[in-house]
Design a protein around this ligand. Structure first.
Ligand SMILES: Nc1ncnc2c1ncn2[C@@H]1O[C@H](COP(=O)(O)OP(=O)(O)OP(=O)(O)O)[C@@H](O)[C@H]1O
Ligand SMILES: [Mg+2]
Length: 207
């Protein structure tokens, strides 16, 4: 068994914007998976929005997971579906039905309305990431979790994606947790947590 994280004692305020940095293998994704209710194989307790979740039933966990939006380095779009169908599928999972109005709203917010009928393969990396941000925003999450969201895109698109995340944070007070190895990306947050070998080695608030 790998001990990816050790003695993590972390409290993240609702409405804050945190970045998690650290070398490859330092435990960033492992921590994010626990925070995002994707991994329950850990010792200790995790409280999300006042709920201690691991001991709860799957239905409770899925209810909470619906309040979390995920963004990944590799976008994780379904390539055989159009953008619209990708969002419709996410809408069914998150909301239980296809909310066409909300889908067109989020597409507009990420300035991708004209690409609704395109397939992911017809989009640039930056555009794919905008779609995955639209997907994450769909159910108006309380928490947005992003693992290296700009890791696979160029500088110009990185700025664009970071602006979308800033906007989401400012306009809706969504809590943001972003994993990155890029200090320029990390600086956008109001707090930077640094991991080293599974331990928090630095934790600072930015003014
Ligand atoms: N599924 C797994 N099975 C076994 N060990 C794992 C697994 N996932 C991660 N690890 C180990 O846990 C440690 C932390 O990995 P993690 O993926 O959290 O690092 P990371 O900081 O996200 O790295 P990167 O920047 O490369 O994405 C590493 O030692 C890794 O080898
Ligand atoms: Mg990782």
């Amino acid at each position: 068994m790998v001990e990816a994280l050790k003695n993590i004692n972390l409290e993240i305020n609702i409405g804050s914007y945190c970045s998690i940095v650290g070398k490859s293998g330092s435990g960033k994704s492992s921590l994010l998976k626990i925070i995002g209710l994707l991994d329950f194989d850990y010792e200790g307790t995790y409280v999300l929005f006042d709920n201690q979740l691991r001991s709860n039933k799957d239905t409770v966990v899925s209810k909470h997971r619906r309040k979390i939006g995920f963004v990944f380095q590799d976008f994780q779009l379904i390539n055989r579906y159009t953008v619209q169908k990708n969002l419709e599928t996410a809408s069914v999972i998150k909301l239980g039905y296809v909310d066409k109005e909300r889908i067109s709203e989020v597409l507009e917010e990420v300035e991708m309305s004209s690409k609704a009928e395109s397939y992911p393969d017809e989009l640039s990396g930056g555009q794919k990431q905008r779609i995955s941000i639209a997907r994450a925003m769909l159910a108006k999450p309380d928490l947005l979790i992003a693992d290296e969201p700009t890791g696979a895109i160029d500088e110009e698109n990185t700025e664009n994606i970071l602006e979308l995340i800033d906007k989401l944070h400012k306009n809706t007070n969504t809590t943001i947790i972003i994993v990155t190895h890029d200090m320029d990306v990390a600086q956008r947050a109001d707090r930077i947590i640094e991991l080293r070998d599974g331990v928090i080695s630095n934790d600072r608030v930015l003014l």
